[in-house]
Design a protein around this ligand. Structure first.
Ligand code: UDP
Ligand code: MG
Length: 325
């Protein structure tokens, strides 16, 4: 009998977990397959772990592992993937924004010969500002990323074990799951769905964390920001050549320009503007370099990617996926 593993990262989700147990459990029963649900407690400070524990005691197919602290959503998903050995592996959020019924539709799609079915959001029930940010980010990423990352696809997906095995072996620490999934190749297809509003509780992704996620995506899959220095360099060179030509002609022919003759030595404003402009570009480029260097430093430290505090129903003594090889 085939088996399906569902990965659910949970961070302070005490309000929504009872609904999740019920709804996901009911849907899972219809799959006609052996299943396990791997809940990754990402260092929650509320009753999340207690709830997961009592669910495991009721039904041992709800396995869990808890991190020693908050390592972030992407790391939690990755840790789940590292422990998921089902023939099929699904990733979904705990807050039921990703409807579990959709996994059933994905299973049918996989049967058509695909290895990955990822969910594409048809509409979002979030405020206008957040929707605009998402739209801008996905378009930017599409424009500059060196791989094709599908528009409006998140982490919600169903994969075959062959794909998960590839992801599990990826040594990097700055994980951007949807990017790595796209990068891995195989036969992938998107399936549209309506993203619901959160079933209970508040978002665990404040704007600050979203920006960090977006930066991870951009810097992990594109060297465009580094090339930006070259582009800006060319652009400012072109502007300064043009400006120099005008200034020299002005000096030679001594004509009236913007209310002055060259002999009056004006130009304070233009000099200040140029200095500010060049300073701005240099700081921008230094910042970009810093982003890459910070990430390189993070990778070479080779610290474990997460620390497990406790597990329920999951073997601890298997190959240490938390340590990059
Ligand atoms: N999450 C996590 N660690 C974090 C933040 C979030 O594991 O540091 C989980 C959270 O419990 C949820 C999923 O990631 O299952 C998505 O978070 P959320 O629904 O708060 O984000 P949003 O849908 O608002 O972008
Ligand atoms: Mg959510």
């Amino acid at each position: 009998m085939s088996k399906i593993s569902v990965i659910v990262p949970c961070y302070n989700e005490q309000d929504v977990l009872p609904q999740l147990f019920e709804r996901l459990g009911a849907v899972a029963a219809t799959w006609g397959m052996d299943y396990e649900i791997i809940c990754v407690d990402d260092g929650s400070r509320d009753r999340t772990w207690d709830l997961l524990k009592s669910q495991y005691q009721k039904d041992s197919r709800w396995r869990c592992l808890s991190f020693a602290r908050n390592f972030g959503h992407q790391t939690a998903v990755f840790a789940g993937l590292s422990h998921a050995y089902g023939d099929y592996v699904a990733v979904m959020d705990a807050d039921l924004q990703d409807p579990p019924e959709f996994i059933t539709a994905c299973l049918t799609k996989l049967d058509e010969g695909y290895d990955v079915v990822y969910a594409v959001r048809r509409q979002r029930k979030e405020n206008l500002f957040k929707r605009a940010c998402y739209a801008a980010f996905y378009r930017l990423l599409k424009f500059i990323a060196e791989i094709e990352i599908p528009l409006n696809s998140g982490d919600f997906c169903l994969m075959r074990q062959c794909v998960v095995a590839v992801l599990r072996d990826m040594p990097e620490r700055n994980v951007f799951v949807r990017g790595l999934r796209a990068w891995s190749g195989f036969r992938q297809i998107g399936l549209e769905y309506n993203r619901d509003a959160r079933a209970a509780g508040d978002t665990k992704y404040p704007f600050r964390k979203l920006v960090r996620l977006a930066m991870d995506g951009v810097f992990a899959f594109s060297a465009f920001p580094l090339r930006l220095a070259t582009y800006l360099g060319f652009a400012s060179l072109a502007v300064s050549i043009g400006a120099s030509v005008i200034v020299i002609l002005w000096k030679i022919f001594n004509f009236h320009l913007l209310g002055h003759y060259p002999s009056e030595v004006p130009g304070w404003t233009s000099i200040v503007c140029l200095i500010l402009f060049m300073g701005g570009i240099q700081f921008l480029i230094l910042g970009v370099m810093g982003e890459f260097i910070g990430r390189i430093y993070n990778e070479v430290k080779l610290r474990p990617r997460w620390i497990i505090r406790e597990t329920l129903g999951i073997e601890r003594d298997h190959p240490d996926h938390s340590r990059p090889r």
